[in-house]
Design a protein around this ligand. Structure first.
Ligand SMILES: Nc1ncnc2c1ncn2[C@@H]1O[C@H](COP(=O)(O)OP(=O)(O)O)[C@@H](O)[C@H]1O
Ligand SMILES: [Mg+2]
Length: 576
């Protein structure tokens, strides 16, 4: 995206707040103008009050000053408050928009983009963009107006001295730019290293168990040590530049001051200028320092902002690869068959992951899917809620192509329980009621009871109101799984997918989860991916997947009698 394109796309983002923005700009121009006036007044203070001893002016000037500062104060408030208001509104709008957009994208997108980078888009990039808009674009205007205003004062008061100063200005300007650049580079390096360091901290503290188990304390210490050494080096460099830049700037400032006093003083003594003009000149010159420093920073702020805007708009341009048809119908409640018809599917345009799948699941049936790891079992189950679209063939529910119905009406009918439980850092109650707003307390408790979760929930310090920690960290694997089951029970969908729901559990918790699952499966159509015999044996039908193809189909006994893949899996204790 070119800068021009980015700006043209920024405009609609800011447009709703253009009234406030205009207000801010007007306020800002007045503030900058009054700032110049402040310097101007110094001339009258010195010449008329101190030199000419004008008593009327002595009474008037303080009043004028009070008025000046009050007016400036009011306009500063208007400018600052309105500008920041626009900035915060833009931040809020963009964050909301990106968040909604991200959640409209398909799972495929989430596999390709890390959580960290997406979080950074919403949190950091949006702030950087806002910084560029309000700090850079608006403040540059303010600084520019201030510089012009003050320069007018400077030249009006003493054009000879002004010309002389302008000639020497680059001398003062160069170090400002030079150090500014250094500090920015250091800032970026620091942020990056700090990010990496907190990454290491997060991993090793959260994974302290693994670090201990593998005796990697020393290794991790070295890894962490390298990072903090880098941080030390960066900060010492920063320290050096800071310690050098301050006295250097002071010396340059002193030099400039000496020159100006010598030349300006000479002009006053010769009668070419008045003490007031000289003091006003000096005031304006000192006041010029801040806006000039601001202007020198602008380029990099704008550049970072533009880069952030580019990332944001690129993200917003990504279209979901799961698209709902225009005017798609609602899928009526499931009542008969789920049918896979000649389905081919691949993730990348290479080998198909699923090939020529033909399969029918009748209402009320329990279909078990077995097969070696990587054979495509999870992929198969992900096609039903349309997490991915098939590349060939059709997936029909009661004869209706899932491509033709709304995603919501489709997904509302399917509950999925996977090996990895997804729980939120919220109360037990809210985790179970997730997706079922407005259900009653009784319903939630009933779901927990049927999922054999009620006992452990009641033993938690605050029962249903206990916050379970990030990803349910305070619960055991089996407890987490039973919460997921309670959630699925409450969702009460006709179709159920169990993807190795018990495989990461020990025997004892597996038994409890298994009982909970049996309750969950009642009166539902279930596709169960499992490698435990207990689950599979009772299935109405079993299919064996191998390299993305259905190679065998039948009941447990039928398949064993075939002496084929199933028996092999069974013997290898893949199915135990
Ligand atoms: N998001 C993905 N992107 C690319 N390839 C994938 C993705 N998910 C799974 N695969 C690949 O597809 C194949 C089938 O995976 P999967 O359905 O998870 O197998 P199973 O559940 O039977 O172990 C594997 O080769 C796997 O590497
Ligand atoms: Mg799997």
């Amino acid at each position: 995206m070119t800068n021009k394109e980015i700006i043209s796309r920024l405009y609609p983002v800011i447009k709703p707040y253009r009234g406030k923005l205009v207000l801010a700009v007007i306020g800002m121009i007045i503030v900058a103008g009054l700032q110049a006036a402040q310097a101007w007044i110094v001339k009258y203070v010195v010449d008329d009050i101190f030199v000419n001893k004008d008593e009327t002016l002595l009474k008037l000037l303080p009043i004028a000053l009070i008025v000046l500062f009050s007016v400036k104060g009011i306009f500063y408030f208007i400018y600052s408050y309105a500008l920041e208001g626009v900035g915060q509104s833009v931040i809020r709008d963009l964050r909301d928009r990106i968040y909604v957009h991200i959640h409209s994208l398909s799972l495929n997108f989430f596999h390709k983009n890390s959580t960290g980078s997406l979080t950074s888009r919403i949190i950091n990039d949006v702030a950087l963009l806002q910084g560029a808009v309000s700090n850079a674009l608006i403040r540059i205007l303010k600084d520019a107006v201030s510089v012009v205003g003050l320069l007018v004062v400077v030249f009006y008061m003493d054009w000879r001295l002004a010309t002389l100063s302008i000639v020497f200005l680059p001398l003062a300007f160069t170090p400002i730019v030079y150090f500014g650049r250094r500090f920015r580079k250091i800032g970026t390096d620091y942020q990056e290293t700090l990010g990496e360091t907190s990454g290491i901290l997060h991993e090793t503290i959260a994974g302290a168990r693994i670090v201990k188990a593998f005796c990697m304390e020393h290794y991790e210490r070295i890894r962490f040590g390298k990072k903090i050494d880098t941080i030390y080096d960066i900060l010492m460099k920063d320290n050096w530049y800071r310690s050098v830049s301050h006295p250097l700037m002071e010396v340059i400032g002193g030099l400039a001051m000496a020159l100006i006093i010598w030349f300006g003083g000479y002009q006053v003594l010769k009668g070419n200028s008045t003490p007031g003009s000289f003091m006003a000149f000096l005031t304006a010159l000192i006041m010029l320092y801040e806006p000039i420093k601001g202007v020198s920073k602008i380029n990099s702020t704008i550049q970072t902002g533009m880069a952030a805007a580019n990332r944001i708009f690129t993200l917003l341009d990504i279209r979901s690869d799961i698209i709902e048809k225009e005017g798609a119908d609602e899928l009526p409640p499931f009542k008969d068959t789920i049918e896979f018809k000649d389905i081919d599917f691949f993730y990348n345009d290479e080998e198909p992951v699923l090939h020529n799948i033909n399969l029918q699941v009748k209402k009320g049936e329990v279909l078990a899917v077995v097969g070696p790891s990587g054979s495509g079992k999870t992929t198969l189950s992900n096609l039903i809620p349309r997490f991915y679209d098939v590349h060939h063939g059709e997936l029909l529910i009661d004869g209706k192509d899932t491509m033709d119905v709304t995603l919501k009406s489709l997904r509302k009918q399917i509950a999925i329980v996977t090996q990895q439980t997804i729980l939120f850092n919220d109360t037990v109650y809210n985790n179970i009621a997730y997706g079922r707003e407005g259900c009653s307390r009784e319903e939630v408790e009933e779901a927990a009871r049927v999922a054999y979760a009620i006992d452990f929930i009641q033993e938690l310090p605050q029962g249903f109101d206990t916050i379970i920690g990030e990803s349910g960290a305070r619960l055991s694997g089996g407890e987490r799984q039973r919460l997921s089951i309670a959630r699925a029970l409450l969702k009460d969908t006709p179709i159920l997918v169990l993807d190795e729901a018990t495989s990461s559990l020990d025997t004892e918790s597996e038994r409890q989860v298994q009982r909970a699952l049996e309750n969950l499966m009642q009166h539902r159509t279930t596709i169960v991916i499992a490698h435990r015999l207990s689950t599979i044996k009772n299935a109405d039908r079993i299919i064996v997947l191998k390299d993305g193809k259905i190679v065998e189909e039948g009941t447990h006994d039928e398949l064993l009698a075939q002496h084929g893949e199933y028996e092999l899996l069974h013997k290898m204790q893949y199915i135990d």
